[in-house]
Write a protein that binds this ligand. Structure first.
Ligand code: 13P
Length: 260
């Protein structure tokens, strides 16, 4: 099942790094790299710099987005940020169900599913993150965990909505680790996920959906990983914090000019 017709998507997830000033400076320097990149460049920034970053990204090839949102429009939810608020400051996509949200902030599949529905309603493209822990992997529960996260995360969505969203496979044992998952493991899991989606929602949906890999992607390992047939892009953490390393990853994509 080939996925090569879709644009290769590289998402930078800054997590809880960068002040507004640092973000503006970063984007200024990233713009020239983004101009030559053949991949689509997404930047998931902290809420506090969403507004200035989105303004700067207008007319460039960088697509600005957020790392989380609440599923309600407004209400007495101290400290929360709604999709409506994000939309008003230019967020075009949102990462949902990141393992750090699931593990540290106890987010359930049901809550994540509600957020996905709200993001779609607001025309903010959701990126649904899935992934197993090291102990689940060791107990050979990977596919069981992933299918449960996909099934519950996408509950009650229509096929055409699923086709438009982005799925990110991020094995928890490979996040912030010294090494990414091997290209063979990544391909095997992505192929499994695509087949599962084909079974549940049809072949067309499975071919259209973009499946990204995340977990210690670097400028060094990006090339081999992106060559895998079912890898449609990357979700990059640490390596997206530095303009040169992120710039190299986005310029390393299939068929793009290289800045090496
Ligand atoms: P690292 O690239 O730092 O391993 O982070 C991956 C990640 O969690 C991206 O969402």
């Amino acid at each position: 099942m080939s996925s090569s017709v879709k644009p290769f998507i590289v998402v930078g997830n800054w997590k809880m790094y960068k002040t507004s000033e640092e973000a503006v400076n970063f984007v200024e320097n990233l713009i020239p790299y983004a101009e030559t990149a053949s991949s689509q460049v997404y930047l998931a920034v902290p809420f506090t710099c969403m507004d200035p970053v989105a303004v700067m990204c207008k007319g460039t090839k960088i697509i600005p987005g957020a790392q989380n949102m609440n599923d309600r429009d407004d209400g007495p939810f101290t400290g929360e940020i709604s999709g409506k608020m994000l939309q008003s400051v230019g967020a075009q996509f949102v990462i949902l169900g990141h393992s750090e949200r699931r593990q540290i902030f106890q987010e359930s599949n049901e809550f994540i599913n509600r957020k996905i529905k709200k993001a779609i309603e607001l025309n903010i493209r959701p990126i649904l993150c899935i992934g197993e822990t090291a102990s689940e992997r060791d107990k050979t529960q990977t596919t069981q965990v992933l299918t449960s996260q996909i099934k519950h995360g996408l509950n009650a969505l229509k096929g055409d909505q699923i086709a438009e969203l982005i799925l990110a496979y991020e094995p928890i044992w490979a996040i912030g680790a010294k090494q990414a998952a091997s290209p063979e493991v990544v391909q095997k899991i992505h192929f499994f996920c695509r087949n599962y989606i084909a079974d549940q929602y049809g072949i067309t949906v499975s071919e259209k959906i973009s499946i990204l890999y995340g977990g210690s992607v670097t400028q060094e390992n990006a090339k081999l990983l992106m060559e895998q047939n079912d890898v449609d892009g990357f979700l990059v953490g640490s390596a997206s914090l530095n303009v040169e390393s992120f710039g190299k990853i986005i310029n390393n994509s299939k068929g793009s000019p290289s800045k090496n």
